[in-house]
Ligand binder design. Structure first.
Ligand code: BGP
Length: 485
C-alpha cells in the first residue's frame, strides 16, 4: 500500500520564527521579541536557554537592537514571502502550515479593532497561497502572544485573556475563512510546563505564593476553554472548516522491563495525552484529576466550563514528533535532553548535536497509539532534524543526513498507514531554515532551503535549494512512492 490519494505533503512554519519585521506596520511586542540568543550557553541546556524573569524582559525591552534577539528579524519572511511560497510551490507543496501573529492584528491584545495593516498582510499571504494551490493550515497561537498581556495579566493565568483571544480568533475566522479550511488552536499546548513564558506568557517571578506549577495548570485550563470556544466559533463561522488540537508527542519507553520502570513510563505517556484527551474527549481524565488533587492543586473553573469543553471538541489531532525518550525510576540512569525533555537516554538511539534522539520507529508507534486511542484523523504537523549545514565553494549544500532522517520517518508513516491509521498529511519542520524556538539559533538548520543568515543576523538572506529540496520534491511528486536518492 502507499500514501492515500490526496495526502497533504508540505511544511510548517511559525510567524515568530520566520516573519521578522517585529516592529513594522503597527505590530506590537510579542513574547518572542524578548527571546535571547545566548552564545555562551550550552545548546543542550534547555532550561538555561529559555530562562526568563521580569528583569530580563525589562532589559530586552530597553534594547531595540536585534543582534541578540533573532526572533525579531526571523528570515524576513514578511518581505520575502512571495519568493518563499514560490519555492514551496516548486517543491509541489499541497499544504503549508503557518501561524498568525496575534500582535500583528492586536498589538497589545486589548485593542477593540484590529490593526488593518496586520489584517492585510495575512490576507495577501493566504491569497498568494491559494493562487499557488497551497492549502493553508493555520495555527492561531504559536509561541507569540502579546507581551503586554504577559506583563499585565501574567499571561494565560488570568481568565480575562480568554475573551481577548476569542476576539482575535473571531477576527481571523472572519477575514480568512474564505481562504483557510484547516485550523489549529494552540501549538504544543502541553509545553506550558516546559516553557511557561513561551507557551502562555507566564513570568515565574510574577506567580507569587501560588507558585509556578499551579499558575501553569490555571493557565492551561484557560487555554482549554479558549480552544473550545474557538472550535465552536470556527464551525459556526466557516462552514466545512476543520479545526484540530496540537500536541507534542512525547513517546516514552521503559528504560528496563522492571515493572516499576514500566509503571513510571505508563504514567508519563498518559500524562502526555492528557491534553488531547481534554480536547478530543471533552473532559479532564480521571487520572489527572486525582493527581492534581493529591498535589493540592486546585483549578478555578467557571460555571459552564466543563460543558463547554464537552461541546468544543476538535475534528482532528495534529502533533509534532521529533524524538522519543526513556523513563526509569533509577535516579542514576543516564539523562539526555531532546525537544526540551530531560529524559533517560535510550542506548539504542543516536542523538543529534542538540541531544535529540532520532527514532523513526517511535513515529510509527506514536501514530498507532494515537489513532487507536482517539479514532479521529491524525496530522503530523512538525517533524524534522536540526543540523549544521555547510555551503560548498560552488554554493551547493549537500545534506544527506536530512534526507536520511526524513526517508526513515516516511517509511514508518507508510507502515502505520498500512496498519490502518488515518493520516491526513505531513508538514515537515521546517521547509526553510528559521530561528530555533528553544535556542534562538539560525545555525540549527531544518530547511530544504538554506537561508544565508548567521546567529547574529549577518548574511544576505539569500535562499538556496539544498540537495534535500530536490529529494522532497520527488517524494511529493510520486506521493511517497519514490524515496530513493
Ligand atoms: C517545536 C515547536 C517549533 C519548533 C520545533 C523545533 O516544539 O513547535 O516552534 O521550533 O519544536 O524546536 P527548536 O526550534 O527549538 O529546534
Amino acid at each position: 500500500m502507499s500514501f492515500p490519494k490526496g495526502f497533504m505533503w508540505g511544511g510548517a512554519l511559525a510567524a515568530n520564527q520566520v516573519e521578522g519585521a517585529w516592529n513594522v506596520d503597527g505590530k506590537g511586542w510579542s513574547v518572542a521579541d524578548v527571546a535571547t540568543y545566548k552564545p555562551n550557553v550550552d545548546v543542550k541546556d534547555y532550561k538555561a536557554n529559555v530562562a526568563i524573569s521580569s528583569a530580563r524582559i525589562a532589559e530586552a525591552m530597553a534594547d531595540k537592537d536585534d543582534t541578540y534577539y533573532p526572533k525579531r528579524r526571523g528570515i524576513d519572511f514578511y518581505h520575502h514571502y512571495k519568493e518563499d511560497l514560490a519555492l514551496f510551490a516548486e517543491m509541489g507543496f499541497k499544504v503549508l502550515r503557518v501561524s498568525i501573529a496575534w500582535t500583528r492584528l492586536y498589538p497589545t491584545g486589548e485593542e477593540v479593532e484590529p490593526n488593518e495593516k496586520g489584517v492585510q498582510f495575512y490576507e495577501d499571504l493566504f491569497r498568494e497561497m491559494k493562487r499557488l494551490n497551497i492549502e493553508p493550515l493555520v495555527t492561531l497561537h504559536h509561541y507569540e502572544m502579546p507581551l503586554a498581556l504577559s506583563l499585565k495579566y501574567n499571561g494565560w493565568t488570568d481568565r480575562r485573556v480568554v475573551e481577548l483571544f476569542v476576539r482575535f480568533a473571531k477576527t481571523c475566522f472572519l477575514h480568512y475563512g474564505k481562504y483557510v479550511k484547516y485550523w489549529l488552536t494552540f501549538n504544543e499546548i502541553d509545553s506550558i510546563h516546559r516553557h511557561p513564558f513561551i507557551t502562555a506568557g507566564i513570568v515565574p517571578d510574577l506567580c507569587g505564593e501560588k507558585g509556578e506549577t499551579a499558575c501553569c495548570y490555571q493557565a492551561l485550563h484557560h487555554q482549554f476553554v479558549a480552544a473550545a470556544k474557538a472550535a465552536l466559533l470556527c464551525h459556526e463561522m466557516i462552514p466545512g472548516a476543520k479545526i484540530g488540537c496540537m500536541l507534542t508527542k512525547l513517546t516514552t519507553y521503559p528504560y528496563t522491563c522492571a515493572p516499576e520502570d514500566v509503571a513510571a513510563t505508563q504514567k508519563k505517556n498518559l500524562e502526555n495525552m492528557f491534553y488531547s484527551d481534554v480536547q478530543i474527549r471533552g473532559e479532564y481524565p480521571r487520572m489527572i484529576r486525582a493527581d492534581l488533587e493529591a498535589r493540592g492543586i486546585q483549578i478555578e473553573m467557571e460555571a459552564g466550563d466543563l460543558e463547554l469543553l464537552k461541546q468544543g471538541t476538535v475534528d482532528f489531532l495534529a502533533f509534532s514528533y521529533y524524538n522519543s525518550s526513556a523513563e526509569s525510576v533509577d535516579p542514576n540512569a543516564p539523562r539526555t535532553p531532546g525537544n526540551t525533555i530531560l529524559g533517560v537516554k535510550n542506548p539504542y538511539l543516536p542523538s543529534s548535536e542538540w541531544g535529540w534522539q532520532v527514532d523513526p520507529v517511535g513515529l510509527r508507534i506514536s501514530l498507532i497509539e494515537l489513532y487507536d486511542r482517539y479514532r479521529i484523523p491524525l496530522f503530523i504537523v512538525e517533524n524534522g532534524i536540526g543540523s549544521r549545514d555547510t555551503v560548498e565553494a560552488d554554493g551547493s549544500i549537500h545534506d544527506p543526513y536530512r534526507v536520511d532522517y526524513f526517508r526513515r520517518h516516511f517509511k514508518e508513516m507508510e507502515k502505520a498507514i498500512d496498519a490502518g491509521v488515518e493520516l491526513m498529511g505531513y508538514t515537515s519542520w521546517a521547509p526553510i531554515d528559521l530561528v530555533s524556538a528553544s535556542t534562538s539559533q539560525m545555525s540549527k538548520r531544518y530547511g530544504f532551503i538554506y537561508v544565508d543568515e548567521d546567529d547574529l543576523g549577518n548574511g544576505t538572506l539569500k535562499r538556496t535549494r539544498k540537495d534535500s529540496f530536490y529529494w522532497y520534491k520527488k517524494v511529493i511528486a510520486t506521493n511517497g512512492a519514490d524515496m530513493d536518492d
